[in-house]
Structures are given as C-alpha cells and as structure tokens.
Design a protein around this ligand. Structure first.
Ligand code: IMP
Length: 189
C-alpha cells in the first residue's frame, strides 16, 4: 500500500482520516517519521500554515504528505480569531480562555455568524495542492454542552439548535469542516 505522512500526532484526527482513506493509503503519523519537534506555524493564513507544515515534513522525509490547519472565522470580528484560533487569548492552547474572550468580544453584537474552515495542503509526487472544508453557523451567547473541544460549546451549525458540544460526535463529524476537507482530500489522492 502507498504510504503518506499526515503531519499530526493527534489521535482523533488520524482516526478520522484513516476511516476515509485508510483502505487505499497507509497513513503515517508524524511521530513515526522521526520528527519529534513541534513544526513551526508562523504564517498569517490557514493555507500558509498548512503548506509550511507539509513542506517541513517533505523536506525532511521526502515522502508524500499532507498537513491541516483550522480556524474559527467570525464575521463581526473581521474573520478573527481565524488563523490565531488556538492562541486567541493566551500563548498556550487555553480553550476555556479562548471561549471566554470570544464571548466578551461578541458581547451585545447582533450578527453572530461564523464558520469553521479547515485547509489541507497536500504534497504528492512533489506537487503542492490544497483543498478545504467549511461549516457555517452562529456563535451562541453562552456555553452549552460537554462534548467536543475548542470552541464546540459555542458553535451552533446552520440548521440545528444544538451546539457542536451538545451533539453526538458522529453527528458533528458528519458535517464538520475537517470531515469535509478530508472528503475532498480523498478525491484528490
Ligand atoms: P487545528 O489547526 O486543528 O489545531 O485547530 C486550531 C484551533 O481551532 C484549535 O485549537 C481549536 O481552538 C479550534 N478548532 C479546530 N477544530 C475545531 C473543532 O472541531 N471544534 C472546535 N474548535 C476547533
């Protein structure tokens, strides 16, 4: 089977990708390539970060590979937190602080429309390509639900009244930005 590196060590993401393309490709996580350091993500766009990560892996392994980057883009905030979603409130990955800051910045704001967007950069046979997936929705006025992670307890996808954190994981995954981006990746491979 053909091998391809996914520039992540996140077990949940790996499982999601393997479920969609695992019958055609052996998906190799970052840890198995010998890359142990954190890959820099210093670009100012999702595309830029995804490509930066994919190139980092390709330059060191020579293997076909792909990398993803996701952001929550809120219309009333000009697309913020966007590429800075993980580090919106602090330099660390403090999800609770990020949600609190988002609620504060949207206090009294009527237009609460937002979208999650995932970009995947693929390097295959030396060629660089992109695909992306998005899910549109709105930001709740308070946190609801215990499931998921990140901004899930604040994000209500279009057509639903529950937040992502109130849904069964399978329902969220069936419509998520990442799931949609991976479906497109599967077609490109
Ligand atoms: P990453 O590029 O997948 O690491 O995502 C960057 C940041 O976006 C995460 O740290 C989360 O804050 C947020 N995020 C990404 N995907 C999701 C999701 O499915 N639900 C909630 N937040 C997410």
């Amino acid at each position: 089977m053909k091998k391809i590196v996914f520039a992540t060590n996140n077990a949940h993401k790996l499982e999601e990708v393997r479920a969609i393309v695992g019958d055609r490709f052996e998906i190799i996580p970052l840890a198995q390539t010998g890359i142990t350091e954190e890959i820099p993500e210093t670009a100012d766009t999702l595309d830029g970060n995804a490509l930066q990560k994919a190139r980092y892996v390709f330059e060191r392994t020579g293997l076909d590979c792909f990398a993803d980057d996701t952001g929550l883009e809120v219309a009333a905030l000009g697309g913020a937190p966007g590429v800075h979603s993980a580090r919106y409130a602090t330099a660390g990955h403090d999800h609770a602080a990020n949600r609190a800051l988002l609620l504060k910045n949207l206090d009294g704001v009527a237009d609460r429309s937002a979208r999650f967007r995932t970009v995947i950069a693929l390097i295959q046979d030396g060629e660089e390509r992109f695909c992306e997936g998005e899910v549109r929705g709105t930001i709740a006025t308070e946190e609801r639900g215990e499931g998921g992670f990140g901004y899930d307890s604040l994000f209500i996808p279009e057509g639903y009244s529950e937040t992502f954190a109130e849904m069964p994981a399978e329902l969220k995954n069936s419509m998520s930005h990442r799931g949609r981006a991976v479906e497109k990746l599967a077609k490109m491979l």
